[in-house]
Write a protein that binds this ligand. Structure first.
Ligand SMILES: Nc1ncnc2c1ncn2[C@@H]1O[C@H](COP(=O)(O)OP(=O)(O)OP(=O)(O)O)[C@@H](O)[C@H]1O
Length: 321
Protein backbone atom coordinates (compact mmCIF):
# COMPACT_ATOMS: atom_id res chain seq x y z
CA UNK A 1 0.00 0.00 0.00
CA UNK A 2 1.32 3.45 -0.90
CA UNK A 3 1.87 5.94 1.90
CA UNK A 4 2.76 8.63 -0.63
CA UNK A 5 1.75 9.13 -4.26
CA UNK A 6 2.80 11.99 -6.49
CA UNK A 7 1.12 12.20 -9.86
CA UNK A 8 2.32 14.67 -12.49
CA UNK A 9 3.50 17.20 -9.91
CA UNK A 10 5.13 20.40 -11.16
CA UNK A 11 6.35 23.54 -9.45
CA UNK A 12 6.88 26.83 -11.18
CA UNK A 13 8.51 29.93 -9.67
CA UNK A 14 7.65 32.69 -12.14
CA UNK A 15 9.12 31.56 -15.44
CA UNK A 16 11.33 28.93 -13.85
CA UNK A 17 10.08 25.38 -13.58
CA UNK A 18 11.81 23.78 -10.58
CA UNK A 19 9.87 20.47 -10.63
CA UNK A 20 8.61 18.94 -13.85
CA UNK A 21 5.85 16.36 -14.13
CA UNK A 22 7.02 14.29 -11.18
CA UNK A 23 5.29 10.99 -10.38
CA UNK A 24 6.30 8.32 -7.89
CA UNK A 25 4.93 6.25 -5.02
CA UNK A 26 6.45 5.26 -1.68
CA UNK A 27 5.19 2.07 -0.12
CA UNK A 28 4.10 2.11 3.51
CA UNK A 29 7.05 1.22 5.76
CA UNK A 30 9.72 1.82 3.09
CA UNK A 31 12.84 3.96 3.37
CA UNK A 32 12.96 6.09 0.25
CA UNK A 33 15.97 8.19 -0.72
CA UNK A 34 15.10 11.32 -2.65
CA UNK A 35 18.34 12.03 -4.43
CA UNK A 36 19.83 14.71 -6.59
CA UNK A 37 22.34 17.53 -6.69
CA UNK A 38 21.63 20.95 -5.22
CA UNK A 39 18.88 22.65 -7.13
CA UNK A 40 17.38 19.41 -8.50
CA UNK A 41 14.01 20.23 -6.95
CA UNK A 42 14.05 18.08 -3.82
CA UNK A 43 13.20 20.76 -1.26
CA UNK A 44 10.50 22.20 -3.52
CA UNK A 45 8.92 18.75 -3.77
CA UNK A 46 9.13 18.14 -0.03
CA UNK A 47 7.48 21.50 0.63
CA UNK A 48 4.63 20.58 -1.72
CA UNK A 49 4.19 17.18 -0.03
CA UNK A 50 4.00 18.92 3.33
CA UNK A 51 1.56 21.53 2.01
CA UNK A 52 3.97 24.39 2.80
CA UNK A 53 3.63 25.48 -0.81
CA UNK A 54 1.14 24.49 -3.46
CA UNK A 55 1.90 22.51 -6.61
CA UNK A 56 1.55 24.34 -9.92
CA UNK A 57 0.15 21.13 -11.41
CA UNK A 58 -0.48 17.50 -10.44
CA UNK A 59 -1.78 15.76 -7.34
CA UNK A 60 -0.31 14.48 -4.10
CA UNK A 61 -1.65 11.87 -1.72
CA UNK A 62 0.08 11.48 1.64
CA UNK A 63 -1.54 9.11 4.14
CA UNK A 64 -4.82 9.57 2.27
CA UNK A 65 -4.72 13.38 2.34
CA UNK A 66 -4.02 15.82 -0.49
CA UNK A 67 -1.20 17.47 1.44
CA UNK A 68 0.71 17.12 4.70
CA UNK A 69 -1.08 19.92 6.53
CA UNK A 70 -4.23 17.82 6.71
CA UNK A 71 -2.41 14.94 8.43
CA UNK A 72 0.24 17.01 10.22
CA UNK A 73 0.00 15.06 13.48
CA UNK A 74 0.91 11.87 11.64
CA UNK A 75 3.95 13.41 9.92
CA UNK A 76 7.40 14.21 11.26
CA UNK A 77 9.55 16.75 9.41
CA UNK A 78 13.18 17.73 9.76
CA UNK A 79 13.73 20.87 7.66
CA UNK A 80 16.98 21.62 5.86
CA UNK A 81 17.37 24.83 7.81
CA UNK A 82 17.64 23.92 11.41
CA UNK A 83 17.59 25.64 14.74
CA UNK A 84 15.98 25.11 18.11
CA UNK A 85 15.36 27.61 20.86
CA UNK A 86 18.84 28.20 22.18
CA UNK A 87 17.91 28.72 25.81
CA UNK A 88 15.86 25.53 26.15
CA UNK A 89 17.34 22.25 27.26
CA UNK A 90 17.05 19.36 24.77
CA UNK A 91 14.29 17.80 26.90
CA UNK A 92 12.29 21.05 26.91
CA UNK A 93 12.79 21.58 23.18
CA UNK A 94 11.72 18.05 22.27
CA UNK A 95 8.70 18.16 24.60
CA UNK A 96 7.73 21.55 23.14
CA UNK A 97 7.69 20.17 19.59
CA UNK A 98 5.77 17.14 20.82
CA UNK A 99 3.17 19.40 22.43
CA UNK A 100 2.60 21.08 19.03
CA UNK A 101 1.66 17.63 17.74
CA UNK A 102 -0.61 16.75 20.64
CA UNK A 103 1.81 14.93 22.96
CA UNK A 104 1.19 16.00 26.61
CA UNK A 105 4.28 17.79 27.99
CA UNK A 106 4.99 15.21 30.71
CA UNK A 107 4.84 12.37 28.22
CA UNK A 108 6.95 14.42 25.78
CA UNK A 109 9.64 14.90 28.41
CA UNK A 110 9.60 11.21 29.26
CA UNK A 111 10.02 10.25 25.59
CA UNK A 112 12.68 12.94 25.17
CA UNK A 113 14.81 11.53 28.01
CA UNK A 114 14.41 7.99 26.69
CA UNK A 115 15.40 8.95 23.15
CA UNK A 116 18.27 11.19 24.23
CA UNK A 117 19.74 8.34 26.26
CA UNK A 118 19.29 5.95 23.33
CA UNK A 119 21.15 8.44 21.15
CA UNK A 120 24.05 8.74 23.59
CA UNK A 121 23.00 12.22 24.68
CA UNK A 122 21.95 11.32 28.22
CA UNK A 123 24.72 13.47 29.70
CA UNK A 124 23.58 16.54 27.73
CA UNK A 125 19.96 16.46 28.85
CA UNK A 126 20.30 19.42 31.19
CA UNK A 127 22.53 21.59 29.02
CA UNK A 128 21.14 24.48 27.03
CA UNK A 129 20.76 23.90 23.28
CA UNK A 130 23.36 26.61 22.58
CA UNK A 131 25.96 24.58 24.52
CA UNK A 132 25.61 21.52 22.29
CA UNK A 133 27.82 20.71 19.33
CA UNK A 134 26.28 20.95 15.87
CA UNK A 135 26.02 17.17 15.58
CA UNK A 136 24.31 16.89 18.97
CA UNK A 137 21.90 19.73 18.19
CA UNK A 138 21.00 18.07 14.91
CA UNK A 139 20.22 14.81 16.72
CA UNK A 140 18.03 16.68 19.19
CA UNK A 141 16.18 18.31 16.33
CA UNK A 142 15.64 14.94 14.68
CA UNK A 143 14.27 13.54 17.96
CA UNK A 144 12.01 16.61 18.22
CA UNK A 145 10.64 15.89 14.75
CA UNK A 146 9.67 12.31 15.63
CA UNK A 147 8.70 12.59 19.32
CA UNK A 148 5.01 12.23 18.40
CA UNK A 149 5.79 8.87 16.74
CA UNK A 150 4.72 9.85 13.24
CA UNK A 151 3.71 7.34 10.58
CA UNK A 152 5.56 9.28 7.90
CA UNK A 153 8.93 10.93 8.46
CA UNK A 154 10.36 13.44 5.98
CA UNK A 155 13.96 14.50 6.46
CA UNK A 156 15.48 17.20 4.23
CA UNK A 157 19.25 16.68 3.91
CA UNK A 158 19.50 15.11 7.38
CA UNK A 159 23.14 14.09 6.93
CA UNK A 160 24.52 17.50 6.02
CA UNK A 161 26.82 18.99 8.60
CA UNK A 162 27.31 15.74 10.51
CA UNK A 163 30.67 14.03 10.99
CA UNK A 164 30.98 10.36 9.91
CA UNK A 165 30.22 8.98 13.39
CA UNK A 166 27.07 11.05 13.70
CA UNK A 167 26.11 10.19 10.13
CA UNK A 168 26.31 6.53 11.04
CA UNK A 169 24.21 7.18 14.15
CA UNK A 170 21.62 8.89 11.99
CA UNK A 171 21.52 5.93 9.62
CA UNK A 172 20.70 3.76 12.62
CA UNK A 173 17.95 6.15 13.73
CA UNK A 174 16.39 6.01 10.26
CA UNK A 175 16.54 2.20 10.22
CA UNK A 176 14.94 2.19 13.68
CA UNK A 177 12.09 4.43 12.54
CA UNK A 178 11.35 2.09 9.62
CA UNK A 179 11.67 -0.97 11.87
CA UNK A 180 8.97 0.59 14.07
CA UNK A 181 6.71 0.80 11.00
CA UNK A 182 7.23 4.39 9.85
CA UNK A 183 7.64 5.34 6.21
CA UNK A 184 10.74 7.48 5.71
CA UNK A 185 11.53 9.84 2.86
CA UNK A 186 14.86 11.62 3.09
CA UNK A 187 16.64 13.86 0.63
CA UNK A 188 20.37 13.83 0.10
CA UNK A 189 22.99 14.51 -2.51
CA UNK A 190 25.37 11.99 -0.90
CA UNK A 191 24.74 8.66 -2.56
CA UNK A 192 26.50 6.43 -0.04
CA UNK A 193 23.84 6.95 2.65
CA UNK A 194 21.10 6.05 0.24
CA UNK A 195 23.06 3.07 -0.98
CA UNK A 196 23.19 1.61 2.52
CA UNK A 197 19.74 2.54 3.72
CA UNK A 198 17.13 2.66 1.03
CA UNK A 199 14.48 0.22 -0.13
CA UNK A 200 13.77 2.68 -2.92
CA UNK A 201 15.61 5.57 -4.53
CA UNK A 202 14.11 8.35 -6.60
CA UNK A 203 16.81 10.19 -8.54
CA UNK A 204 16.14 13.79 -9.53
CA UNK A 205 18.04 15.86 -12.07
CA UNK A 206 17.11 19.39 -13.12
CA UNK A 207 13.57 19.07 -11.81
CA UNK A 208 12.83 15.75 -13.48
CA UNK A 209 12.74 12.20 -12.21
CA UNK A 210 15.69 10.34 -13.72
CA UNK A 211 15.13 7.00 -11.99
CA UNK A 212 12.80 5.29 -9.53
CA UNK A 213 13.50 1.80 -8.19
CA UNK A 214 15.73 -0.17 -5.84
CA UNK A 215 19.43 0.54 -5.32
CA UNK A 216 20.28 -2.73 -7.10
CA UNK A 217 18.10 -1.75 -10.06
CA UNK A 218 19.77 1.66 -10.22
CA UNK A 219 23.23 0.10 -10.18
CA UNK A 220 22.21 -2.37 -12.87
CA UNK A 221 21.59 0.55 -15.24
CA UNK A 222 25.27 1.39 -15.04
CA UNK A 223 28.28 -0.40 -16.45
CA UNK A 224 30.94 -2.37 -14.64
CA UNK A 225 34.48 -1.28 -15.28
CA UNK A 226 38.02 -2.45 -15.19
CA UNK A 227 40.74 -0.55 -13.40
CA UNK A 228 44.31 -1.20 -14.57
CA UNK A 229 47.60 0.18 -13.28
CA UNK A 230 50.97 0.06 -15.01
CA UNK A 231 52.96 1.58 -17.86
CA UNK A 232 49.99 1.34 -20.16
CA UNK A 233 48.46 3.81 -22.57
CA UNK A 234 44.78 4.69 -22.76
CA UNK A 235 44.80 3.54 -26.39
CA UNK A 236 46.00 0.07 -25.39
CA UNK A 237 43.18 -0.26 -22.84
CA UNK A 238 40.62 1.08 -25.31
CA UNK A 239 41.63 -1.68 -27.72
CA UNK A 240 40.86 -4.47 -25.22
CA UNK A 241 37.74 -6.55 -25.98
CA UNK A 242 34.57 -5.32 -24.27
CA UNK A 243 36.06 -1.95 -23.26
CA UNK A 244 33.93 0.93 -24.50
CA UNK A 245 35.59 3.98 -23.01
CA UNK A 246 38.73 4.84 -21.05
CA UNK A 247 39.44 7.44 -18.42
CA UNK A 248 42.94 8.23 -17.12
CA UNK A 249 42.56 8.35 -13.36
CA UNK A 250 46.19 9.30 -12.69
CA UNK A 251 49.51 9.48 -14.51
CA UNK A 252 52.65 9.22 -12.43
CA UNK A 253 55.58 9.54 -14.84
CA UNK A 254 54.04 7.14 -17.32
CA UNK A 255 52.68 4.74 -14.68
CA UNK A 256 48.98 5.24 -15.12
CA UNK A 257 45.79 4.19 -13.44
CA UNK A 258 43.24 3.69 -16.19
CA UNK A 259 39.56 3.00 -15.93
CA UNK A 260 37.91 1.16 -18.77
CA UNK A 261 34.11 1.02 -18.92
CA UNK A 262 32.84 -2.38 -19.99
CA UNK A 263 30.11 -2.88 -22.54
CA UNK A 264 26.93 -4.25 -20.99
CA UNK A 265 27.25 -8.00 -20.75
CA UNK A 266 31.08 -7.92 -20.93
CA UNK A 267 32.56 -9.71 -17.95
CA UNK A 268 36.04 -8.20 -18.12
CA UNK A 269 37.87 -11.56 -18.11
CA UNK A 270 38.35 -11.44 -21.86
CA UNK A 271 39.89 -7.97 -21.60
CA UNK A 272 42.26 -9.09 -18.83
CA UNK A 273 43.29 -12.19 -20.74
CA UNK A 274 44.09 -10.12 -23.82
CA UNK A 275 46.00 -7.59 -21.70
CA UNK A 276 48.25 -10.33 -20.29
CA UNK A 277 48.64 -12.24 -23.56
CA UNK A 278 49.65 -9.08 -25.42
CA UNK A 279 52.24 -8.33 -22.75
CA UNK A 280 50.79 -5.11 -21.36
CA UNK A 281 52.58 -3.95 -18.21
CA UNK A 282 49.66 -4.65 -15.85
CA UNK A 283 50.82 -4.26 -12.24
CA UNK A 284 47.34 -4.14 -10.70
CA UNK A 285 43.87 -4.78 -11.98
CA UNK A 286 40.43 -4.72 -10.46
CA UNK A 287 36.98 -5.44 -11.78
CA UNK A 288 34.58 -2.97 -10.21
CA UNK A 289 30.83 -2.92 -9.82
CA UNK A 290 29.10 0.41 -10.37
CA UNK A 291 28.06 2.34 -7.29
CA UNK A 292 24.84 4.30 -6.96
CA UNK A 293 26.97 7.36 -7.65
CA UNK A 294 28.12 5.88 -11.00
CA UNK A 295 24.53 5.00 -11.84
CA UNK A 296 23.45 8.53 -11.05
CA UNK A 297 26.06 10.00 -13.37
CA UNK A 298 25.19 7.56 -16.14
CA UNK A 299 21.47 8.27 -15.75
CA UNK A 300 21.65 12.02 -15.55
CA UNK A 301 25.04 13.32 -16.64
CA UNK A 302 25.04 15.22 -13.33
CA UNK A 303 27.38 14.83 -10.41
CA UNK A 304 25.14 14.42 -7.37
CA UNK A 305 27.74 15.59 -4.88
CA UNK A 306 29.76 18.00 -6.94
CA UNK A 307 29.74 20.54 -4.17
CA UNK A 308 31.07 17.94 -1.74
CA UNK A 309 34.69 17.02 -1.16
CA UNK A 310 34.34 13.67 -2.98
CA UNK A 311 36.74 13.97 -5.91
CA UNK A 312 35.59 12.21 -9.05
CA UNK A 313 38.66 10.09 -9.82
CA UNK A 314 38.47 8.40 -6.44
CA UNK A 315 34.72 7.92 -6.49
CA UNK A 316 34.83 4.29 -7.38
CA UNK A 317 37.02 3.50 -4.42
CA UNK A 318 33.95 4.30 -2.29
CA UNK A 319 32.20 1.21 -3.54
CA UNK A 320 33.42 -1.04 -0.78
CA UNK A 321 33.01 1.40 2.08
N1 LIG B 1 10.98 30.34 -3.75
C1 LIG B 1 11.69 30.20 -4.87
N2 LIG B 1 11.68 31.12 -5.85
C2 LIG B 1 12.39 30.98 -6.98
N3 LIG B 1 13.17 29.90 -7.24
C3 LIG B 1 13.24 28.96 -6.30
C4 LIG B 1 12.51 29.04 -5.07
N4 LIG B 1 12.78 27.93 -4.34
C5 LIG B 1 13.63 27.20 -5.08
N5 LIG B 1 13.90 27.80 -6.25
C6 LIG B 1 14.76 27.28 -7.31
O1 LIG B 1 14.25 26.02 -7.71
C7 LIG B 1 15.31 25.10 -7.96
C8 LIG B 1 15.11 23.87 -7.10
O2 LIG B 1 15.38 24.22 -5.77
P1 LIG B 1 15.20 23.19 -4.56
O3 LIG B 1 15.57 23.90 -3.30
O4 LIG B 1 13.87 22.56 -4.65
O5 LIG B 1 16.30 22.12 -4.94
P2 LIG B 1 16.99 21.03 -4.03
O6 LIG B 1 17.14 19.82 -4.90
O7 LIG B 1 16.28 20.85 -2.76
O8 LIG B 1 18.39 21.64 -3.76
P3 LIG B 1 19.01 22.12 -2.38
O9 LIG B 1 19.60 20.90 -1.77
O10 LIG B 1 20.03 23.13 -2.84
O11 LIG B 1 17.91 22.73 -1.59
C9 LIG B 1 16.60 25.84 -7.70
O12 LIG B 1 17.09 26.31 -8.94
C10 LIG B 1 16.16 27.00 -6.83
O13 LIG B 1 17.00 28.11 -7.03
Amino acid sequence: MAALTLDGVSKRYGDFQAVKDLSFQVRKGAICGFLGPNGAGKTSTIRMILGLQSASAGTIDILGASDGRKVRDRIGFLPEERGLYKKMTPVEAIAFFGSLKGVPTGEGKRRAREMLIAQGLGASQKKKMKELSKGMAQKVQLIASVVHRPEFVILDEPFSGLDPVNQQGLEEVIRGLAADGATVLFSTHVMQHAERLCDQVVLMARGRKAFDGTVAEARATSRRFLELEGEITAEAVAALPGVTGVEVVSDNGGVRVLKGALASGAGGQEALKTAFVSGLDVRRFELKEPTLHDAFIDLTGDHPDEDQSVARPTTHAEAGQ
